[in-house]
Design a protein around this ligand. Sequence first.
Ligand code: FUB
Length: 307
Amino acid sequence: KTLAAGIVAACLTNVSASYAANPAITDTHTADPAALVHGDTVYLYVGNDEAKDNRVFYDLKKWLVYSSKDMVNWTNHGSPLAATDFKWASGDAWAAHTVEKDGKFYWYTTVRHATINGFAIGVAVSDSPTGPFKDALGKALISNDMTTDTDIDWDDIDPAVFIDDDGQAYIFWGNTKPRWAKLKPNMIELDGPIHAIDIPHFTEALYVHKHGEYYYLSYATGFPEKTAYAMSKSIEGPWEYKGILNELAGNSNTNHQSVIDFKGKSYFIYHNGGLGQDGGSFRRSVCIDYLNYNADGTIKRIVMTSE
Ligand code: FUB
């Protein structure tokens, strides 16, 4: 090998290494992670990026489920749900979120509506975290005709469901316009009005979690996306903006986070474009790092690792 070839090889290695931060899932390209702790196991629900290269757009037809008992070794349970399992949808398995209530698992999904303009949110249900899942409603839970901006194609995306200690469930969602509503105890109908949320620099990917006496609302900000967060003592807000939680994750325009506590540690789960030489904005990969709180309840900025 010539010196020049060696230098080129070294440079390529370095470039690749700086992008190849920590994909936790490496058997295929995965995006938009949503983690669910159930017993001694974490279930990870992700979209499957199938774009051939990074020059066109998202190609997500289905979601995948993984599980782990140690956050290191992951078992692939295949795809128990595809976008077109919702008969009223035409495709696009965008970001989704699964929660458990009373022994049933509800998988809230973004899909493109076949007959109503734009994206919509559906909900599938199963008796098991790994499926089989089936459409729980036979129609969209939230569609573009239910919100005020019917001309905006993708403002009804990225559902995140939070069940509070008293059992009340809430759904948060949106692109550009963050929104929330209560869910009825059956988990498949909205209960009451749709509310706007007042948070700065919102792009998409809302996620709610609770730690101690605070609720945390994290979300993608700007574009390319970083992750920001806000805090409140009430799930209904008002939310106090706390700044950037995670920097650009590397080689992906988007990011999408999930936060869990598992076996005594807190985790920040997200995606980057770091898998192999062909990772990127439409060929993303799920990553996991620790999340740490300060004594006052604020969150330390995430330190992204390659381990
Ligand atoms: O994966 C498609 C879209 O990209 C998601 O719905 C957004 O959150 C962004 O990650």
